[in-house]
Design a protein around this ligand. Structure first.
Ligand SMILES: Cc1ncc(COP(=O)(O)O)c(C=O)c1O
Length: 478
């Protein structure tokens, strides 16, 4: 007979104090991003803003926003968030859309919506295709995978900008949509949106711009005087934009937007079921039961910062970014990829000398959380307000890392450098996929020896062990 699952619900409850103390103790072992040593994922301005987000979220903590007509105040807030953002992105009175739980849901919904639109307006297309540069976010691959679409990815230029001609070569009679990034997450590179818009017009295609990371940053970067190619609804061919509030909108997590130029496409996003025994069931996004708190917090965050607040934060982050950019360029071994358009970049070492992943290992030893990338092997940095005080420390350690890696060429074959090096080079991507899936299965499984958090808070992040196992597998496979 199979054994029972490891954990049982405690017979009696535990006091809030004890529970919270346990959680605090467990959390102490997580990454402490507030030290500034993390350069990715954590969008945070300051304690005052955070407290407001929490208070606004809590005010609507219990409400179930599955039915927008039940909570009119939340619907009003959502419409105002859509409208304020539409203004920022140069939409007009017809611009419409919804808030979603994040960039991925915005992209999933947009691609689903275009598929439905194509069924009505391009009925001869049986297997719809999307053409995008290969730097597009994996949420597009995921959407294609989920919805039976074909994503055709075009090679990019050396500076990692979309290559419009390469995109044109992939257009077929089944293409319904072009997509591009403003900017790409990996390198912070803005695609030539106007030129891709011309392509969309030439072939009569819809055009989605993924501004998940840039939507609440590029408007301020432009106002600060940076000359950028137009990337939003100013480009007449742009038919929709995804734009995350929970990134540089500085909202609570679980807040993004998918905006459409008008309702002709948007109407296809709304799912209506007239046959359910419980009555007519309709939703505008993927969720059923839906948190209202993330809408409330996003609305409150926008009003709290206002244009001046966003502009000030953007000015601070961009000034620090420019300093980092200039000083990185001054390091002879380093090359920055392309021409980043906002406060994010990726860099590598010229001719991979010294090995960039060995440099990364040294930086990790110094306590930095390093965002390693493949294609090309590089390190990603986004400058957030909390990174500003540690830029000089980072550069000092980076210089030391380069000196060390040059003196230790064998470091390439050791530690995480070896793992990432192999991962980037293994030609059998199916094997890599299978093993990464196993890593996830492992991460989500519960060992019989594993103690409950309440009795023994986690000491080490489990993924360290998992990574090491993956490493040893890859060595065997090699
Ligand atoms: C350009 C871009 N698109 C989409 C996404 C996905 O957003 P999320 O992680 O909120 O689902 C991201 C996330 O970083 C992004 O940078």
């Amino acid at each position: 007979m199979n054994k029972k699952p490891n954990y049982t619900l405690p017979e009696t409850g535990t006091s809030p104090e004890e529970i919270l103390a346990t959680m605090q103790a467990a959390k102490a072992n997580d990454t402490d991003w507030k030290t500034g040593k993390t350069w990715t994922l954590q969008y945070f301005i300051d304690a005052e803003h955070n407290e407001l987000l929490k208070a606004a979220y809590n005010l609507y903590f219990s409400e179930n926003y599955i039915n927008p007509f039940l909570f009119k105040s939340i619907l009003k807030m959502e419409k105002e968030v859509v409208n304020m953002t539409a203004n920022l992105l140069h939409g007009d009175e017809y611009t419409c859309g919804t808030m979603t739980s994040g960039g991925t849901e915005s992209i999933l919904l947009a691609l689903y919506t275009y598929r439905e639109w194509a069924r009505k307006h391009r009925p001869s297309v049986k297997k719809p295709e999307i053409v995008a540069p290969n730097t597009i976010h994996p949420a597009f691959d995921k959407a294609a995978h989920y919805f039976g679409l074909i994503l055709r990815k075009a090679a990019v230029q050396d500076n990692q900008e979309a290559d419009v001609q390469a995109m044109e070569r992939l257009i077929t009679k089944n293409t319904i949509l072009l997509a591009a990034s403003a900017p790409s997450f990996a390198h912070g590179i803005l695609d030539p949106i106007s030129a891709i818009g011309k392509l969309a017009e030439k072939y009569g295609l819809q055009f989605h711009v993924d501004a998940c990371v840039g939507g609440f940053m590029l408007p301020w970067v432009e106002r600060l005087g940076k000359n950028l190619t137009e990337w939003d609804f100013r480009v007449s061919a742009v038919s929709s934009i995804s734009c995350d509030l929970h990134k540089f909108g500085f909202a609570a997590k679980g807040a993004s937007l998918v905006l459409y130029r008008n309702s002709e496409v948007f109407e296809n996003q709304i799912y209506v079921n007239t046959e359910y025994s419980g009555g007519i069931f309709a939703t505008a996004t993927m969720f059923g039961t839906k948190p209202a708190g993330s809408v409330a917090a996003a609305w409150a965050g926008l009003l709290h910062l206002g244009e001046k607040g966003y502009l000030k934060n953007a000015r601070d982050m961009m000034a620090a970014f420019e300093q980092l950019h200039t000083e990185l360029m001054a390091i002879p071994e380093i090359q920055i990829i392309g021409n980043p358009c906002m406060n994010m970049l990726a860099f590598f070492t010229k001719n991979n000398r010294p090995d960039i992943y060995a440099v990364a290992d040294f930086m990790e030893e110094k306590g930095w959380i390093v965002d390693r990338q493949q294609q090309p092997p590089s390190i990603h940095l986004t400058v957030f307000p909390y990174n500003i005080p540690v830029i000089s420390d980072y550069l000092n350690d980076l210089n030391a890392a380069i000196t060390w890696a040059k003196a230790h060429p064998k470091a390439t074959g050791e530690g995480n450098a070896a793992l990432y090096g192999i991962m980037a080079r293994v030609p059998l991507r199916g094997m890599v996929r299978e093993n990464v899936r196993n890593v996830f299965l492992e991460a989500y499984s519960i060992k019989s020896s594993e103690k409950a958090l309440i009795t023994e808070p986690v000491a080490n992040p489990r993924w360290m062990g998992i990574l090491n196992r993956l490493l040893s597998w890859l060595r065997i496979g090699n």
